[in-house]
Design a protein. Sequence first.
Length: 121
Amino acid sequence: MEKVPLLDHDESLVSALNGALDVYVLMPADQEARFRFSHDRYLAAAQGILNKEWDTSMMHYVIARLLTMHEIHADDTTIGSKALYTRSRHICLASELIKAQEPNRAPFRDVLYQAVKTWRK
């Protein structure tokens, strides 16, 4: 069973976020509902904890599969390059699982080809 981060009964996500903002671990990003780490070392520490506690490659595989296999994302002419980059990043980070579990990998390759074409323009 996967571990789910839990807060104590007297904690809330908002208070945890405010605490991280108060001690300058997080900073507001360009958009209102987004945040970023104030230093690269905080990001590296968070990624290290995440990789130890959860199967991140499986997470990227599930996201890549959902974004690639559903028909609403089949036509990439309507999405922007940032969305295409996000999809291709999930595919790259899950490449080993895709190779092992997907007999038909053509849709994943198509997304990567589209990302390369967009990047080259």
